[in-house]
Design a protein around this ligand. Structure first.
Ligand code: CP3
Length: 347
């Protein structure tokens, strides 16, 4: 058994040679797994997140089922908003809902700064427990947070949103209020990531799922400085940081300028072109279309081959989907994919 520091994932983050390409899947613990659905019959998602024993049980489900190179702690990007003063709930079938969304300067001023050890202690405890379970397997644990823009979009819209009208209006019309909100979120996310590393997380991922909705110029002016704050704070803890976004083909150079060790890309960019743009002095994560897993195995295999060929055995590729795994994904295909990535990438 190799130590966590010498695991494929950690070596790839440092762009060192690996015996085979590491693979994990965003949202690998979730509804496509029967074991997860069984727990969800009894508990709400926030119940699972707030109970460290249950959160660890969910974290371990995909590790038991597949030969994955990383675990990711079971939580969500949105609970960080609760100690700040936002009332979060998950409505079955509809996703997240915030009863008192941020809309005005006064709303931004009233957002509280609470140390993560107080407001998010359950996830930090889950990390400590999960590390114990993972220790004898040599599997690293990923901690995570939302990036300031994606958090701001939920905080302002009050839930999922197609066009982000309220969030972008605030950004474009009231840049000072926007800047105050973004710096509060950037610091909260940075502190939370530091606390997760202190609790034992080996790698930290920053999810900027909605950054791709922005023009490059708006991203550069209104978002990048805050994302950089979060990434820099996370990197101060000494663990590698992955910055992931969706639809970010035109933002890759800017994302790389945050200093993140690894950039996560989706399937809308060719992996080799994405890597050139990010720079080969960085590691890259991605980028299979999660919908491919619903197709015949031959279709999954050819797309996986293409991604691995584009990575060209260069050190620093972490195989992943280009976005989270979807509900109803066939479990058998997931198992086959994970094994196949290892098998064909063996050095
Ligand atoms: O990767 C993992 O296994 C760790 C757990 C994890 C969850 N959410 C659990 C979850 C992670 C890393 C997330 C990140 C997350 N959450 C993001 C960023 C990544 C992305 O996919 O873009 C975002 C935008 C959210 C917000 C969120 N959480 C939404 C929009 C929803 C509802 C839609 C949906 O997918 O169900 C959630 C709920 C959620 N978070 C579920 C899970 C397993 C499903 C809830 C359920 O069990 O019903």
């Amino acid at each position: 058994m190799t130590s966590v520091q010498e695991s494929r994932l950690l070596r790839a983050c440092r762009r060192e040679e690996v015996d085979a390409t590491p693979v994990w899947l965003m949202r690998q613990a979730g509804r496509y797994m029967p074991e997860y659905r069984k727990l969800r019959e009894k508990w709400g998602i926030l119940d699972l997140i707030r109970n460290p024993e249950l959160a660890v049980e969910v974290t371990m489900q995909p590790i038991e089922a597949f030969d994955l190179d990383a675990a990711i702690i079971f939580s969500d990007i949105l609970p960080i908003l609760e100690p700040m003063g936002l009332a979060l709930s998950f409505v079955r079938g509809e996703g997240p809902h915030i009863a008192n969304p941020v809309r005005t300067a006064a709303d931004v001023d009233s957002l509280r700064t609470v140390p993560p050890e107080d407001g998010l202690h359950f996830t930090l405890e889950a990390i400590r427990l999960a590390k114990r379970e993972l220790a004898n397997r040599g599997v690293p644990l990923i901690g995570f947070s939302g990036a300031p823009y994606t958090l701001a979009s939920y905080a302002i819209e009050g839930g999922g949103s197609r066009h982000h009208i309220n969030a972008k209006r605030l950004m474009m019309s009231q840049p000072t209020v926007w800047g105050n909100l973004m710096s509060k979120l950037a610091n909260a996310a940075g502190a939370y990531l530091q606390a997760q590393a202190a609790a034992g997380a080996d790698v930290l991922q920053v999810f900027d799922s909605w950054a791709g909705e922005l023009s490059p110029d708006d991203y550069r002016h209104y978002v990048l400085p805050h994302t950089r704050t979060t990434v820099e704070m996370a990197r101060q803890s000494g663990v590698p940081v992955i910055l992931f976004g969706v639809g970010t083909a035109s933002l890759l150079e800017l994302m790389a300028s945050t200093g993140a060790d690894v950039i996560g890309i989706d399937w809308r960019v060719e992996l080799d072109e994405g890597w050139r743009r990010i720079g080969h002095d960085r590691a890259i994560q991605g980028n299979l279309d999660p919908v491919a897993l619903f197709a015949d195995w031959d279709a999954v295999r050819s797309r996986t081959d293409r991604i691995l060929q584009q990575a060209n055995r260069r050190s620093g590729h972490i195989f992943n989907l280009g976005h989270g795994i979807l509900p109803n994904t066939p479990v058998e295909t997931v198992k086959r994919l994970v094994d196949y990535v290892h098998e064909v990438s063996v050095r």
